[in-house]
Ligand binder design. Structure first.
Ligand SMILES: *Cc1c(COP(=O)(O)O)cnc(C)c1O
Length: 397
């Protein structure tokens, strides 16, 4: 049996393999430099172009790009009318922003548990958490796999609740053959460098509702409008605008838009390679009984953003922390997505108790995210598989 590097053996690789990395090519560089010498650095034609492109890719009627995925969630919650005294249901296995958008609006985030096999929010748990105060559900396509949109939409619409799909992981994913972005009441994307498509920073909200679209535009830009239909007083002249609500400066620059447009030309390429790597990981890990492979619902054709390695600690003499450190010693850098949101001190101080979502907490204790990104080579992928196999072999009971 091979000795793991953490026990004094030699590592599977000599150089560190990161868990995520952006892929930028010459076309991306050219797209950005062209904007820099154009007339508009912000509020220019690239914004319109990107919004049109996102509509084309997803089939959504309207797109509003904004400064980042967190801003996208904030304006989506505002557009949904989330405010003081309301509740917003989300999953604990997500980046804090999915719940924070509720807090920004003065509402109370309520956590529904996950499905223990797919790791996405469980529709049954959402149903159990709905009250008269529930205004919105923020359902996260965790790792890129679409949430159970059919049942969530039905449940929400029956009660007048707005379904916001946090698609930060899922650009390129389809649900029942239809691209994510055109199905929920609103879908948000993130273009952070670790995500499938990047703008350095960036976000977007997609919707089919004209009413929501108009509200999103307002909240993105200070609550200010020049739209004659929305003005409350008579115009003073050509310069006239009014602030009719309290919004923010959540605009995206044309520089970011140009980069994202150029990256979107590679979406299929990114998506295909990610699927290939996921298939190879699944093939290797489904043969190892000490590991649990994330289950997919048949409706989701997934462009995977994250690959979750989940161990069965009862079959191993090593826990998640030990496994994570053993992989790092092999020069395979992992991450953990995510610490249950309500475990964070800020949420603890707001009165959330540990233990409210047992499936989420169990998952947290058993998982880590393996390297997954477009530019990984086949031999990088094999290194990861070899390192995982080596650690399981050494520590299995
Ligand atoms: C990345 C991410 C966000 C936030 O996006 P930013 O662009 O970093 O603000 C929100 N939700 C999820 C699930 C994410 O992964």
């Amino acid at each position: 049996m091979e000795r793991p590097a953490i026990e004094g053996g030699s590592p599977v690789r000599a150089t560190r393999l990161f868990y995520g990395h952006q892929y930028i090519d010459e076309a991306d560089v050219k797209a950005v430099t062209q904007v820099l010498t154009s007339d508009y650095l912000t509020c220019g034609p690239k914004v319109t172009e990107l919004e049109a492109k996102l509509c084309e890719i997803t089939g959504a009627k309207y797109a509003v790009v904004c400064s980042n995925g967190t801003a996208a969630l904030h304006i989506a919650a505002l557009a949904a009318g989330v405010g003081e005294g309301d509740e917003l249901i989300t999953t604990p296995i997500t980046f804090a922003a999915s719940a924070n958008c509720g807090l920004y609006c003065g509402a109370k985030p309520v956590f529904a548990d996950i499905d223990p096999n797919t790791y996405n929010i469980s529709p049954a748990s959402v149903k159990a958490k709905i009250t008269d105060k529930t205004k919105a559900v923020v359902a996260v396509d965790f790792t890129g796999q679409a949430v159970e949109l059919d049942s969530l939409l039905e449940m929400c619409h029956e009660k007048g609740i707005v379904l916001i799909e946090d698609g930060a992981h899922s650009i390129g994913t389809k649900y029942n053959g239809q691209p994510v972005g055109s199905i929920a009441d609103m879908t948000t994307f993130s273009f952070h460098p670790v995500k499938t498509v990047t703008g350095g920073e960036g976000g977007a909200v997609l919707t089919n509702s004209e009413e929501l679209y108009k509200r999103l535009l307002l909240f993105r830009s200070h609550g200010i409008t020049r739209d004659a239909e929305l003005l409350e007083n008579e115009s003073h002249g050509g310069w006239y605008y009014e602030q009719i609500d309290l919004g923010y400066n959540y605009r995206m620059t044309d520089i970011q838009c140009a980069l994202i447009l150029s990256q979107l030309d590679k979406l299929k390429m990114f998506s295909d390679r990610r699927k290939q790597i996921v298939n190879r990981y699944n093939e290797a890990f489904s043969r190892i009984p000490e590991l649990f492979v994330q289950q997919e619902i048949p409706q989701s054709d997934t462009t995977r953003h994250l690959y979750i390695l989940r161990i069965r600690p009862e079959m191993l003499n090593i826990d998640r922390k030990g496994f994570f450190e053993a992989l790092a010693a092999e020069n395979i850098c992992c991450n953990v997505h995510y610490i249950p949101v309500y475990w964070h001190p800020h949420y603890q101080r707001l009165g959330y108790q540990k233990g409210i979502c047992p499936n989420a907490e169990k998952l947290y204790n058993e998982m880590m995210s393996l390297p997954l990104y477009y530019s990984m080579t086949d031999s990088d992928v094999e290194d990861v598989i070899k390192a995982v196999g080596k650690i399981v072999d050494y520590y299995k009971k």
